[in-house]
Design a protein around this ligand. Structure first.
Ligand code: ADP
Length: 439
C-alpha cells in the first residue's frame, strides 16, 4: 500500500523534473502542484464514493477503484459479504426456530424478566387469547388474569406445573410448565389437557354411577335377608317366598347390570370384532320381532316390515352383536310405550344404504335429552327405567356396536308422540342373499 503511494509520488516528481528541464523552475513547481492536486482530488473522489456506498442499502456492490482504493474496496467487500452471510445464517436460524416453535403442539410463551410478553407461538395465542403483535411488551398478568396464574408467577416456584382452568373459554383446561432461563426470563409451555380432564371426570362419574346402581339392589337384598334371619319363625311360608322372590329380582337386576358392564367394557377396550358373516336381515328382524312380542306380552301391536330388494338381503357383520343392538332398540320401544301402543320394526334400503329402524308411539323424548341418550347411565326418567329393568347402558352398547359396523345411530322423537331409532349401514356392508341362506 505504502509502496503504491511512493510510486505515485515518484511519478509526479519525475514529471515535474522533466517539465522543469524543458520549461524551467516555475513550470516544474506548477507540474508538482498540479500532480499533488490531482492525487488529492482522486483520493477525495474515492472517499466520496465510499461514503455514498456506506449510505446505500445493504448488499449494494462496491465501486471499482485503482491503486490503494482497490485494496480498500476489496477488503470492505470481503468483510461486508462475510457479515451479510452471517446475518443471513442468523436470520435463517431464527426463522427455523420460529417455524419449529409454531409447529409445536404445545403453546410457547416467552416472558421478559418483569413478566412482559416477548414472543409466543400460535398455540399459545389460542390458549391465552393473546395477540403476539398487538400485545408485545404487555404485562402478561393483565391479559391472563386467572388468580391462580397470577399467584403462580408471583410465587416463583416452578417445580410443579400449574393446572389452569380458563375463565376465558369454558371447558378449557391448561397444564402450564414455567422454565426460567437467561437473565430471569421465562418460557411458559402450555398444553391443552381439557380432553384428559373430561375423561378423568367421566371415569369418576362412571365409578360413582356403578357403585350407586349396585348399592340400591344390594341394600334391598341385604334388608330382606336380615329381616328373614331376625324373624325366621314369625313369617308365614308365603311371606318368606315373597321376600325371597323380591331378593331374587334384585339379584337378577345386579346380574343384568354386570353383564351390560362387561359387554360395554369389552366393546370399549377394543376387544377384537367378533367374526363377521353375511347376516340374513329378514330372518334376524323377524326373530327380534318374535322376541319383542314375547316381551310385550300382548300389550302392544308389533309388526315387522322388510324391504325385500335383492341387493340388500344380507348385512356383513357379527350376528351376535347386531342382534344385541337391534333387540335393545326394540325392547326400549316396548318399555317406553304404554299398553295399547304400536311398535314397528323395519329394514329398508335407500340411496345405497341399509337402515334398520324401530318406531313407536310411546312417551317420546324431549329434544334436549336426545344428544345425551348414548351416555352411560343417562336416563330421562330414572324411575321408569329401573321399573322396567333398565340399566341405562343399553344405548351406549348400541352405539358402540354400530360404530364397529361403521353404522350411524339416528334418533328422532317428540314427547307424547313417539320415537324413531334407526341404524344406518354403509353400502359396503350390504349384499345379496347368499345361496346358503336359502338352502
Ligand atoms: P335404559 O336401560 O334406561 O333404558 P338405555 O340406554 O337403553 O337405558 O336408554 C337411555 C334412556 O333413553 C332411557 O332411560 C329412556 O329415558 C330413553 N329411551 C330409550 N329408548 C326410548 C324410547 N323408545 N322411547 C322413549 N325414551 C327412550
Amino acid at each position: 500500500m505504502w509502496w503504491q503511494a511512493v510510486r505515485m509520488l515518484g511519478l509526479v516528481a519525475l514529471l515535474a523534473l522533466i517539465v522543469g528541464a524543458i520549461g524551467g523552475k516555475v513550470a516544474a513547481l506548477a507540474m508538482l502542484f498540479a500532480g499533488l492536486l490531482a492525487m488529492l482530488a482522486y483520493q477525495l473522489l474515492n472517499l466520496q464514493r465510499l461514503v455514498e456506498w456506506m449510505h446505500a442499502p445493504a448488499g449494494m456492490p462496491l465501486p471499482a477503484g485503482v491503486g490503494i482504493w482497490a485494496h480498500v474496496y476489496y477488503d470492505l467487500d470481503r468483510r461486508s459479504r462475510t457479515s451479510l452471510d452471517l446475518r443471513e445464517r442468523l436470520t435463517d436460524a431464527l426463522d427455523r426456530f420460529h417455524e419449529a416453535s409454531q409447529a409445536m403442539p404445545d403453546g410457547v410463551l416467552y416472558l421478559s424478566a418483569n413478566d412482559r410478553i416477548e414472543w409466543l407461538n400460535r398455540k399459545a395465542e389460542q390458549h391465552f387469547g393473546i395477540d403476539g403483535r398487538r400485545d408485545h411488551g404487555v404485562l402478561v398478568t393483565t391479559l391472563v388474569r386467572e388468580p391462580e396464574f397470577v399467584r403462580f408467577l408471583q410465587a416463583g416456584d416452578f417445580t410443579d406445573p400449574l393446572v389452569l382452568h380458563s375463565t376465558r373459554r369454558a371447558g378449557l383446561t391448561l397444564l402450564l410448565q414455567v422454565v426460567p432461563f437467561g437473565d430471569e426470563q421465562k418460557m411458559v409451555v402450555s398444553r391443552d389437557v381439557s380432553q384428559l380432564e373430561k375423561l378423568e371426570t367421566m371415569r369418576r362419574d362412571f365409578i360413582a354411577n356403578v357403585s350407586h346402581e349396585l348399592r340400591t339392589p344390594l341394600t334391598v337384598v341385604t334388608g330382606f335377608l336380615e329381616t328373614l334371619i331376625d324373624g325366621r319363625d314369625d313369617f308365614a311360608p308365603e311371606d318368606v317366598t315373597n321376600f325371597l322372590q323380591l331378593a331374587l329380582d334384585q339379584s337378577l337386576r345386579m346380574q343384568t347390570l354386570i353383564e351390560d358392564l362387561l359387554t360395554l367394557s369389552a366393546l370399549e377396550t377394543g376387544a377384537p370384532a367378533a367374526v363377521e358373516e353375511r347376516v340374513d336381515v329378514a330372518a334376524l328382524v323377524h326373530s327380534i320381532a318374535d322376541d319383542t312380542r314375547l316381551l310385550s306380552n300382548g300389550r302392544h301391536e308389533i309388526d315387522a316390515d322388510i324391504d325385500a330388494r335383492a341387493g340388500c338381503a344380507t348385512l356383513l357383520g357379527s350376528e351376535k352383536e347386531l342382534r344385541s343392538a337391534f333387540a335393545n332398540l326394540a325392547s326400549n320401544a316396548v318399555r317406553y310405550t304404554p299398553s295399547g301402543g304400536r311398535i314397528r320394526l323395519s329394514w329398508s334400503c335407500t340411496e345405497g344404504r341399509g337402515e334398520f329402524a324401530v318406531e313407536d308411539n310411546g312417551i317420546g323424548i324431549a329434544a334436549e335429552d336426545i344428544p345425551r341418550l348414548t351416555e352411560r347411565f343417562y336416563r330421562v326418567d330414572r324411575g321408569r327405567s329401573r321399573e322396567t329393568g333398565g340399566t341405562g347402558l343399553g344405548l351406549a352398547i348400541v352405539k358402540h356396536i354400530l360404530s364397529r359396523h361403521q353404522a350411524e345411530l339416528r334418533i328422532a322423537s317428540e314427547p307424547g308422540k313417539g320415537s324413531r331409532f334407526s341404524a344406518r349401514f354403509p353400502a359396503s356392508r350390504l349384499g345379496p342373499a347368499t345361496p346358503a341362506l336359502h338352502s
